[in-house]
Ligand binder design. Sequence first.
Ligand code: ZN
Length: 244
Amino acid sequence: MAKPLVALLTGAGISTDSGIPDYRGPNGLWREDPEAEKLVTYEYYMGDREIRSRSWRMRVKTHALKAEPNGAHRAVAELERSGVPVRVITQNVDGLHQLAGTPARKVLELHGSARSFVCTGCAARGAMQDALARVEAGEADPPCRECGGILKPATVMFGERLDPMVLGEALAISKACQVFIAVGSSLQVQPAAGLAGVAADHGARLVIVNAEPTPYDEQAEEVVREPIGTALPKLLRQLGGAHP
Ligand code: ZN
């Protein structure tokens, strides 16, 4: 018998144990400080060289690239290695699922990746580390080496749309999976949140692992309020063991 497809939707809560703050959440940095929010808002970023300089300086200062995966990321990778078909849909841009060992082709990054930069002119991409090295070497707003265009992190900024291809794939997975586990997401940011409802409507067993209540708790078969670092490994071991 085919093993059931397990989809995981992961939000900021899975990475807080890795020391990455929840920038976008209700109490996140971007919400508290409108000036900080400008640094990640497409219109301001593209229109103002000073905003870009500050945005690059902020990226040099934050240590998101140095963060390490935690036990929850590793538990997802272990489930995948055990032979259970797993797809990860993540709202995070930290790349920690891939670092933990989940193959990149099985991770859909709804909001892009902070580990890469992209040129807004010619779409050339590169490693964020390389752009940050240029900033540290004195380039306040490093231009694209291919076309001279404005570089930005390969993340979806406020005011930008999600990649329709990525979103389409996320929808397809949500419809096809037998188990949908939402982890560390408040399920309040659309369209990501709606995927939980889509999965439940298509007959998947919906499990929610989150400290706070979410709008989808009533549709869930199981709601887990325990800390993600202990709850998720336990839950995934049960899943892996239930279908040897
Ligand atoms: Zn370019």
